[in-house]
Design a protein around this ligand. Structure first.
Ligand code: SF4
Length: 705
């Protein structure tokens, strides 16, 4: 092996939306190791278990896709082909399908792990050149309800605060999130702040006792699905205690009277009964919030992944609005993004319902601005198909071809059997991935090997709007290419003219110019500046070299009249109902040391040691009734499928509720470790985000046939 000069590179962790800074070291043999970047404003040198083991994923190339493969017919095996043949085939099939069935017969399904440049290019390709808005992302599964919550209340999808607000707050409400496991470094900052300021109050709202509860002054262990009722009841408590900000409400918001009327319709006793908590605890939460100088609400999938995800977001954000806890130090609503670049994808309009730079797809002027910028006549008017709708479209035949980039829908999408059926019925499936473990490969007509973290350059944006530059520091294996390069090659094969970028810096500069004059303006930003200062928070006008940490400090919101909107509709039960056949509520979630569908973290033996196999959390009463003992194999059945794992009997979950982790699942049918065999097709009507938190199931002790 040749020796090279040892080198170091600054990059960003490619797992969660916290966006920790990493220093990558390459030794003389080219071997990679990582450490937390002590100068990085997010993590100040800290890394969680996943981040500190990232180098093992780079070193282990055993599962990598290394060359394009193609099937000459559905019943033929995948065969190695060269890139030109692969791109020629993709272009020919897409052209033929579009000619015969129209542009909406094709779709792209991408990922919050794509770099911003890749997200930008696939949107330009799909919306601008192929003329279909059928480009959606797995971010639809994690935060689209928060996007709509922000748009409706603040006028735009803009997270108002920065992580530095954590150290300035004295009350946190953590709702439907377990940041101790899922956003560990962010949580470490909360933990340290509380250690140094013991009067800081932490309220956790979760149907389960999670690791985050160990820091809580108050855990509201609500019945699944009753979040909105709880926040409205806390709102009532704040009003009755006189703990609202009358000046803010009067001068900077609309909708308070309707909100007050709504919350007064339900007594605290009724709300307490719905939620399964006491009125004392509801009022205690209200008094913690009312006493706070700085109040932050933090939330994630527990709220968003629901048929009422948007309404839950509205009711939570309302708590910040009626108390005037926004646009000032240590205060604001703060949705936690699950993926490293979910935010970057939102910026470039990387969803079927969005346009670049927070423009609106429903606004003809905005569409024309983007069309003119891209040099095309127009953009399609109609919203595209969202994540679950793409697979429904494939199943019923209105969509013929899907191009899946950097995501594993057979494990991560709800109702896995439907996804399998959809892929079986599809005329043409492209899987573009780094790993041979991508579960859709057996259904693919074309498999394209992609470069992974550190094998390509680009940018990402974390949960606090912080943009980071990620360098290329190691070659991709075999013939694998950066996702952006693959998209550019395809666009050129299609004969499209707008893809002559010589570098990723050029792609980024193009996107930056598209933000000019918008509320997320970064037109003054360059790769050179990012490399010099490390990171910036949008908007970035060039006046402050580090961008804008906090939004809405002037209390001028991005709504048409500049006022925040206090909105609430009242809870409606639209979830799947339990019955005598399926009497238990299944909720799904994450564990500390695995990431998504384990294609990367599953390769690291240290991480696998934390929890080695999938399990079902079940309350002792439910277990006893079924004669289930700790460690027994149990069969969980629902209306759509079944799962078989071992039982973990715990009082951390209420009777009537069971929990499965979402990470496990392998290739092909009858995989009984996959939680999404049981989840359903309910989506929020506004955000189109699927519900992963409420499915009706039955559990029994498994007996071998
Ligand atoms: Fe990576 Fe998130 Fe852990 Fe930070 S907290 S090291 S970004 S996984």
């Amino acid at each position: 092996m040749s020796t090279v000069k040892p080198e170091s590179f600054k990059s960003t962790c490619s797992y969660c939306g916290v966006g920790c800074g990493i220093i990558v070291h390459k030794d003389k043999k080219g071997q990679v190791s990582v450490e937390g970047d002590p100068e990085h404003p997010v993590n100040k040198g800290m890394l969680c278990s996943k981040g500190m083991n990232l180098h093992y994923v780079v070193r282990d190339q055993s599962d990598r896709l290394t060359h394009p493969q193609m099937r000459w017919g559905k019943s033929h095996p995948l065969e190695r082909v060269d890139w030109d043949t692969a791109m020629q085939r993709a272009a020919a099939v897409f052209q033929s399908i579009i000619k015969k069935h129209g542009p909406d017969a094709v779709a792209f399904y991408v990922s919050g792990q794509c770099l911003t440049e890749e997200y930008y290019l696939v949107n330009k390709l799909s919306k601008g050149y192929l003329q279909t808005n059928n480009i959606d992302t797995n971010s639809r599964l994690c935060m689209s309800s928060a996007v709509m919550g922000y748009i409706k209340t603040l006028g735009e999808d803009s997270v108002p605060i920065a992580y530095d607000d954590i150290e300035l707050a004295d009350c946190f409400m953590v709702a439907g999130a377990n940041p101790a496991w899922c956003h560990p470094i962010l949580w470490r900052r909360v933990e340290k702040h509380k250690e140094e300021n013991p009067n800081t109050k932490i309220i956790v709202v979760d149907p389960r006792v999670t690791q985050s509860c160990s820091l809580a002054d108050l855990h509201l262990q609500i019945n699944p699905g009753t979040d909105e009722a709880l926040y409205l009841a806390i709102g009532r408590g704040l009003i009755e205690q006189g703990d609202i900000d009358v000046d803010f409400i009067k001068n900077h918001s609309d909708g308070f009277e309707a909100y007050r009327d709504l919350v007064m319709e339900t007594s605290l006793e009724e709300s307490a009964a719905i939620c399964g908590v006491s009125t004392t605890d509801i009022l205690l939460a209200a008094s913690y919030i009312g006493d706070a100088k700085g109040f932050i609400t933090m939330w994630a999938m527990g709220l968003n992944q629901s048929t009422e995800g948007v309404n839950k977001n509205l009711a939570l954000i309302d708590l910040n609005l009626i108390t005037g806890q926004i646009g000032k130090p240590g205060a604001g609503p703060f949705s936690l993004t699950g993926q490293p670049n979910a935010m970057g994808g939102r910026e470039v309009g990387g969803m079927a319902t969005l346009l670049a730079s927070h423009r609106s797809l429903n606004n003809p002027e905005h569409r024309q601005e983007v069309a003119d910028f891209w040099g095309v006549d127009k953009l399609p008017e109609q919203a595209g198909k969202t994540a679950t709708q793409i697979f429904e479209g494939l199943e019923e035949g209105s969509i013929k071809a899907v191009w899946i980039i950097c995501t594993n829908p057979l494990v991560s999408m709800p109702d896995a059997r439907r996804v399998e059926n959809a892929l079986k019925k599809a005329k043409f499936v492209v899987v573009q991935d780094i790993s041979t473990k991508a579960a859709a490969i057996p259904y693919a007509d074309l498999v394209l090997p992609a470069a992974g973290w550190g094998e390509k350059e680009g940018t990402m944006t974390n949960s606090e709007r912080r943009i980071s530059y990620l360098p290329k520091f190691t070659p991709a294996p075999g013939e694998a290419l950066p996702d952006a390069e693959i998209l550019i090659r395809f666009a050129k094969k299609m004969g499209f003219g707008g893809f002559d970028h010589a570098s990723m810096a050029e792609v980024y500069q193009e996107y930056c110019q598209l933000t000019k004059g918008t509320n997320i303006d970064i037109s003054a930003l360059t790769y050179a500046h990012l490399k010099q200062v490390g990171t910036v928070q949008w908007p970035f006008t060039g006046l402050n070299p580090e961008g804008t940490p906090r939004l809405f400090t002037d209390h001028k919101f991005h709504t048409p009249n500049g006022r925040a909107q206090i909105l609430a509709s009242g809870p409606k039960n639209k979830t799947e109902l339990t019955d005598t056949d399926f009497p238990l509520i299944l909720t799904t979630g994450r564990i500390r040391d695995q990431w998504h569908t384990m294609t990367r973290t599953g390769k690291v033996s240290k991480l696998n040691k934390h929890i080695a196999s999938p399990f079902l959390e079940i309350h002792p009463e439910d277990a006893q009734r079924r004669n289930i003992k700790e460690g027994d194999t149990v069969l969980i059945t629902g209306k759509r499928g079944e799962v078989r794992v071992h039982a973990q009997i715990t009082t951390n979950i209420n009777a009537g509720v069971v929990f499965l982790p979402m990470h496990w699942g392998k290739i092909l049918q009858n995989d009984l470790s996959r939680a999404n065999n049981l989840t359903g097709n309910g989506i929020d009507p506004v955000s189109k985000q699927p519900d992963f938190k409420f499915s009706a199931v039955q559990v029994e002790k498994y007996r071998k046939p």
